[in-house]
Design a protein around this ligand. Structure first.
Ligand SMILES: *Cc1c(COP(=O)(O)O)cnc(C)c1O
Length: 373
C-alpha cells in the first residue's frame, strides 16, 4: 500500500524461487478468524509460487510472491483449448510440531505424466518439490491448528501463449496455491451416498482419464449435478466401452471390502486416475496380509454382492478427504445399502492408519513423509 516492494530475498535451499514478501499480508487477528472454520478451498494464503516456461528459455523466473489476480491475454490458449493440468497434496503439522508433505515425489511424477499426455513441458521433480516446500515455509502461519486441519496445496500448469491456432502452446505458467482447510467432511467421516451414472462417462480408452487435467472435471460436473438432483452426494462412473465396470468417482478412487477380508479396486488401465491415496492403501493392505485384487468389478456384481452379504464395505479415497465410507448406492431403477449403511471396520482402520502416518502419530515405515522446515 504505497510502499515499494521489498527486494527479493531467498528463503534457503537452491536459488530457484526468489522470495518477494507480501507488502501487506493479512493481519494475524484476521488470519486467525479465517482459520476457525476454513472449510475446503476457500481460504487462501498470502503468497503463491510462480514459474514461467518458454521454448527459448525453458523454466525461468521462479518466485514466491504475493497472491494476486493474473493478467492474461484473452487469447491465451488455456482459455480456449483447456491445455491445463493440476495436482493436489497436503502439508500436515506433525505431532512433534514439525511440518511435512505426504509423498510429494509421487505428485511430482504424476504431474510429469499428466504433462506428457497434454503435450506440455515436464517440470523437473526438484523444481516441483522446491516450489511446494518454499511456499509452505513462507505460509506456515496459515496451517490450521484445529483437529483434521491441513494446508492444501494446488500446483497447476496452464498454456499461456496468445494464439488461437490449435497446437501445443509455446509458453506456460506453473503456479502453486496454498489453502488452509479443515476436515473435508464436517463432523467426521459420514458415509456418503453414490449415484451410478449410466448416461455419462468420465474417460474413454485412449482419452485423458489417467491425467489430472481440468477437462476431466469439466465433463464430470453434469453427472455430479444429476447425482445431487437424485438425492445422492457423489457420482460414480462406469467404463465408457461396456457401461458395466465401476471406474471411480469424479475425484476419488474406489475400494470394495469382502466378507473373507479381501479387498478389491479397479485396475489402472488408463481410464482411471492413479491416486496416491489408492496406492498408499494398497500398500497398507498388502502389508497387513490382506488379499488384494486390482481387478474390474461390475455394477451388477456390486448389487448382488451387497444383497448377499459377500460385500461388506465400500469406500472412496483421495487426498482431500483421505478415506470416505460409502453407505448407499442408487441408479436409475435400483438402490442398495452397503453393510449397515455406516462406516465399516476396515474403512475406519485405513482412515485411522493413514491419518496417523500423515500426522506423525505413528511410525512411517515407508518414508512417505517429507519433512520441511
Ligand atoms: C486426484 C484424483 C484422485 C485421487 O488422487 P490422490 O492422489 O489420492 O489425491 C482420484 N480420482 C481423480 C479423478 C482425481 O482427480
Amino acid at each position: 500500500m504505497g510502499m515499494p516492494p521489498a527486494p527479493p530475498c531467498i528463503l534457503g535451499g537452491p536459488v530457484t524461487f526468489a522470495f518477494e514478501p507480501h507488502p501487506s499480508p493479512v493481519p494475524a487477528n484476521e488470519r486467525e478468524a479465517r482459520l476457525v472454520d476454513p472449510g475446503f478451498g476457500r481460504v487462501f494464503t498470502d503468497h503463491m509460487a510462480i514459474l514461467h516456461w518458454s521454448e527459448a528459455e525453458g523454466w525461468h523466473d521462479g518466485r514466491i510472491t504475493q497472491r494476486v489476480p493474473l493478467t492474461m491475454d484473452p487469447a491465451s490458449s488455456v482459455l480456449h483449448y483447456a491445455q491445463e493440468i493440476f495436482e493436489g497434496l497436503k502439508a500436515y503439522r506433525l505431532e512433534d510440531g514439525g511440518l511435512a508433505l505426504f509423498r510429494p515425489e509421487a505428485n511430482a511424477r504424476r504431474l510429469q505424466e499428466s504433462a506428457r499426455r497434454l503435450a506440455m513441458p515436464e517440470l523437473p521433480e526438484d523444481l516441483f518439490l522446491e516450489s511446494v516446500e518454499q511456499l509452505v515455509l513462507a505460509e506456515r502461519d496459515w496451517m490450521p491448528t484445529l483437529e483434521g486441519g491441513s494446508l492444501y496445496l494446488r500446483p497447476f500448469m496452464i498454456a499461456s501463449e496468445a494464439f488461437l491456432g490449435v497446437k501445443p502452446s509455446a509458453e506456460y505458467l506453473y503456479m502453486v496455491l496454498a489453502s488452509s482447510v479443515g476436515a473435508y467432511w464436517k463432523g467426521g467421516a459420514r458415509a456418503v451416498s453414490l449415484w451410478v451414472s449410466h448416461d455419462y462417462t468420465r474417460a474413454a480408452p485412449g482419452g485423458t482419464g489417467a491425467a489430472k487435467c481440468g477437462g476431466n472435471y469439466a465433463t464430470s460436473l453434469i453427472a455430479q449435478q444429476e447425482a445431487i438432483r437424485r438425492g445422492c452426494d457423489q457420482v460414480v462412473f462406469l467404463d465408457a466401452a461396456e457401461r458395466r465396470w465401476i471406474e471411480e468417482l469424479g475425484g476419488m478412487n474406489i475400494f470394495f471390502v469382502f466378507d473373507d477380508g479381501s479387498i478389491q479396486t479397479p485396475p489402472l488401465t488408463g481410464t482411471i486416475l492413479p491416486g496416491i491415496t489408492r496406492d498408499s492403501i494398497l500398500r497398507l493392505a498388502r502389508d497387513e496380509g490382506l488379499v488384494v485384487r486390482e481387478e474390474p468389478y461390475a455394477i451388477e456384481q456390486w448389487r448382488a454382492d451387497a444383497a448377499s452379504g459377500r460385500l461388506v464395505e465400500s469406500f472412496a479415497c483421495g487426498t482431500a478427504a483421505v478415506v470416505t465410507p460409502i453407505g448407499r448406492v442408487a441408479g436409475p431403477d435400483y438402490e442398495f445399502t452397503i453393510g449397515s449403511g455406516a462406516t465399516g471396520q476396515t474403512t475406519a482402520r485405513f482412515l485411522d492408519r493413514l491419518s496417523a502416518i500423515q500426522r506423525g502419530r505413528i511410525a512411517d515405515p515407508y518414508g512417505w513423509l517429507r519433512r520441511i522446515g
